[in-house]
Design a protein around this ligand. Structure first.
Ligand code: ADP
Length: 369
């Protein structure tokens, strides 16, 4: 039986061959055939697109031109399977293009038989899977980050519970003592007050953090005296930390900055509190400010434990606390993250120079005008 066409009558075999040739040519996948000696015998258009070689360039060549140096042995394994009559299905591997670059592919190789049923070669279908491989790698990376962040979060919730319970326990103890020794009420009220302030600060930090995560941290800028917010911050911290002398050195005339005064005070308070907290053996903290062209530069220097070089960049990340400090100092690891957000809302820059064992200098700048 034959099939009628405009160019005459096709027999079934011719028709089948023409159909197959058309499918191979129009396939999106690279389709290649080779002998059992791995010599390329056919090469479709997608193979040309994928590997960059034209049909003329590869016909009669050994398939190893597509193999990266570290995968040359793969061909031997493939041919062995083919000779055994086995098919290789969706084997994920890497091949080399004409320009030397590598491409991730999924390979299916099947034996080709002659009329007598003998295996005489192999057909290969190669699909470019570089996009999937890149996506998978990104997904894996995102998953690792997520797990890490989740771990920090779990740790953070534990810390938060602890940080809130400690002052609460103190307040409770103060109330108990007031009952027993009413004559000490003045001293105990002060003590309780301090603990309530500590809790309030923690909660403020937490609320700010939640706002910053939701992108709702806002600043309300008005012309503000630069030295005033620094002095206010120093006064606040000095009152509760008389053991360190906070020295302020500035050589410029006072100037007006367009900032959110309370937020800037909060940044300086944060840096000062850290400077004191992480320098338990020292007695001094120095604040400096200077006008440098169009920027106002503030620094807070301590003579404490400093930060290991490997961890310096991490301290700005939420929840991050330097490994060696976690056990000995209280904190949630949110303060510097918030400072960076606040300074960035003011279009300024914040950074640190630190030497482990010697101390740290935290710097920030704010634009003038
Ligand atoms: P924390 O509440 O833990 O103090 P911060 O965000 O303020 O959180 O700081 C993050 C980490 O950076 C701290 O846990 C501490 O390890 C380190 N750090 C901050 N300031 C200093 C400093 N002045 N000296 C040494 N380490 C510091």
């Amino acid at each position: 039986m034959g099939i009628e066409s405009t160019s005459g009558v096709f027999n079934d075999i011719e028709w089948k061959q023409a159909m197959l040739a058309s499918i191979v040519e129009s396939s999106e996948d690279a389709i290649i055939s080779k002998t059992l000696e791995s010599i390329i015998t056919s090469w479709n258009q997608s193979a040309e697109r994928l590997f960059g070689y034209t049909e003329e360039e590869v016909l009669g060549k050994h398939i190893s031109i597509l193999l990266p140096a570290d995968r040359l042995n793969e061909e031997e394994v493939i041919i062995k399977s083919i000779i055994a009559g086995d098919r290789i299905d969706h084997f994920q591997t890497v091949r080399r293009k004409k320009d030397g670059s590598l491409v991730d592919i999924s390979l299916t190789v099947s034996p080709v038989r002659n009329n007598a049923g003998e295996i005489i070669g192999a057909s290969k279908i190669a699909r470019d899977i570089s996009i999937q491989v890149a996506m998978e790698a990104r997904l894996t990376q995102a998953n690792i980050e997520l797990q890490k962040s989740n771990l920090y979060k779990d740790e953070f919730i534990g810390l938060l519970g602890h940080e809130l319970r400690t002052p609460l326990t103190s307040v409770k103890a103060c109330i108990q003592l007031m009952r027993e020794w009413p004559e000490r009420i003045g001293e105990l009220t002060n003590k309780a007050d301090k603990q309530v302030n500590r809790m309030t600060n923690l909660l403020v930090e937490l609320v700010d953090f939640a706002k910053s995560q939701a992108g709702r941290l806002e600043i309300n800028t008005v012309p503000t005296s630069a030295t005033e917010f620094i002095n206010n911050a120093i006064e606040t911290v000095q009152q509760s930390h008389p053991e360190h002398a906070i020295r302020y050195e500035s050589e410029h005339q006072d100037l007006l900055l367009n900032v959110d005064a309370l937020r800037m005070e909060q940044v300086v308070i944060n840096l000062l509190t850290n400077a004191i907290k992480y320098s338990p053996g020292a007695t001094e903290v120095i604040v400096r400010s200077a006008r440098e062209g169009e920027v106002f530069h503030v620094s807070v220097q301590d003579f404490g434990m400093g930060i290991p070089q490997a961890e310096v960049e991490n301290i700005w990340n939420r929840f991050y606390r330097v490994k060696g400090h976690r056990a000995n100092f209280k904190g949630l690891g949110l303060g510097l993250h918030l400072c960076r957000q606040l300074i960035s809302l003011h279009k300024g820059r914040i950074w640190v120079e630190s030497t482990e064992g010697t101390g740290s200098v935290f710097h920030f700048t704010l634009p003038i005008n």
